[in-house]
Design a protein around this ligand. Structure first.
Ligand SMILES: *Cc1c(COP(=O)(O)O)cnc(C)c1O
Length: 455
């Protein structure tokens, strides 16, 4: 067999060089999309190209369009970096080319997911008996959680949704905060419930649901299948819904409680922030990302479910050729995919690398750095619009046009990268501190750049 060492070394050398460059390279890339597409395009080659040449061409063609989003001064969206061990583990997952469908197709991949799932539940305050599906992102995790919910509430109403679908089914009511993430609506669409099904609950000043409003919405509810969607970590403000009180209320109406905790669930991993997700263990399903705050490479997320039977019924999938894998449900039995990437290796590696203390300090550090942003920008005379309870900061630079101008200037300056959002009807710069390598110096450099560009 041909020796792949030189080829793989070429990729590894470039990967290491790229990662080293992240501290200094301009963060945003004002790339010309058409030019990039042209550089990748051309007639489909008729004959083969040596792999080393392909790789060299790929690197040269892609480089001008790479965003340093894995670096320490990228504060856009809620974007984590990728820890060294999890990055290297993901490279191995690719080389091993396992399909993590069952324990027969890859015993190691399923074992890694099982072990990583146990560690994740421990860190996130989720009951140890919950099942864990390793999916692509919190979008998929929300879909899995809500599919399990749909199964469960309809089963209680005597309806088998997996067999009969939704035509003629008893109506399901879905109650969710007005500040829910947009992926909840897409999950509801994909599940045939439609986004109009949502009965919105008002939010408090920082974007967490208001329990009095939840009480009101539930009170006016007719009895029947009911799902309540809560949130840990508002994508704009970081605010977490009062999980204990809200779950209590929902339970009184017999609801299934789903928690979208894409990044906010990680608050449970630190004694300093754990109170924000008090009562998290009471829910029925949870969605959380690995590629955001855990700093695992894209793509990586988890769908947890307190009712293994509902989880597997919603995802169940059988074929004669899949028989033979006994044992607890795993892999494709807990996710919407059939063939699937072995995501457990990278997650297991990140958790092993960081350890419990490392995860705690990652959460604490990001929160402290978010507060440092808020303090620095407030001192410079700008308005921080949210209560910085976690890692998200919203900054206002005056009127909407001016705020958008400042964000645009920051994005093209290259010192750091921040996004923009609309919050309470006004435009804001949105800063998310989610990268394990960000330091106080990075934040101070970024604050200085923002102040300079706003002036
Ligand atoms: C990011 C986010 C999502 C979507 O996660 P993806 O990983 O992009 O699929 C869902 N909910 C919340 C609260 C988020 O912050």
């Amino acid at each position: 067999m041909e020796d792949l060492t030189p080829l793989f070394r070429l990729a590894a050398d470039h990967a290491a060089r790229y990662r080293r460059s992240l501290r200094d390279r301009p963060v945003g890339i004002p790339a010309d999309q058409d030019e990039l597409t042209r550089a990748f395009s051309g007639p489909l080659p008729t004959t083969s190209t040596p792999p080393e040449q392909v790789l060299t061409d790929l690197i040269a063609t892609a480089e001008p369009g790479l965003v340093a989003s894995a670096g320490p001064r990228y504060f856009g969206f809620v974007t984590g970096g990728a820890t060294p061990a999890s990055t290297a583990a993901d490279m191995l997952a690719t080389a091993w080319d396992q399909f993590a469908t069952t324990a027969v197709s890859s015993p190691a991949a399923i074992a890694a997911e099982t072990a990583a799932g146990t560690w994740l539940k421990d860190l996130l305050g989720i009951p140890a008996s919950a099942t864990t599906g390793f999916v692509t992102g919190c979008q998929a995790a929300n879909t899995v959680g809500l599919a399990a919910a749909r199964h469960h509430v309809l089963r209680q109403a005597g309806w088998d949704v997996e067999r009969r679908g939704l035509l003629g089914a008893p109506p399901i009511r879905v109650v969710a905060g007005e500040e829910r993430h947009a992926t909840i609506d897409r999950s509801l669409r994909l599940l045939g419930l439609g986004s109009d099904v949502v009965e919105p609950v008002a939010a408090d000043a920082n974007g967490a649901i208001d329990p009095a409003s939840l009480h009101e919405v539930l009170r006016t509810a007719s009895p029947g299948p009911l799902i309540v969607c809560l949130q840990a970590g508002n994508v704009n403000t970081g605010a977490c819904d009062p999980l204990r009180e809200a779950t209590d209320l929902a339970r009184r109406h017999g609801a299934w409680v789903h928690v979208d905790g894409a990044f906010g669930l990680w608050a449970a991993a630190s004694p300093a922030t754990r109170h924000l997700v008090d009562g998290v263990e009471l829910a029925d399903s949870w969605a959380c990302d690995g590629h955001k705050w855990l700093n695992v490479p894209y793509d990586s997320a988890f769908a947890f479910c307190a009712h293994p039977a509902a989880h597997t019924a919603a995802m169940s999938y059988t074929a004669a050729y899949l028989a033979g894998s006994d044992g607890p449900p795993a892999g494709a039995a807990l996710t919407p995919e059939s063939s699937r990437r072995a995501r457990g290796f990278a997650v297991w590696s990140a958790l092993r690398e960081l350890g419990r203390d490392g995860v705690t300090s990652l959460v604490d550090r990001c929160c402290a750095l978010a507060r440092r942003f808020a303090t620095g920008l407030t001192a410079a005379g700008f308005e921080v619009a949210n209560d910085v309870v976690l890692n998200q900061v919203l900054v206002n630079f005056g009127d909407d046009t001016r705020t958008d101008d400042v964000v645009r200037a920051v994005q093209s300056d290259g010192t750091c990268w921040t996004g923009a959002t609309t919050w309470r009807g006004r435009r804001h710069m949105r800063i998310s501190v989610s990268n394990a390598t960000t330091t106080e110096t990075d934040v101070d450099r970024s604050i200085a750049a923002i102040i300079r560009l706003a002036a």
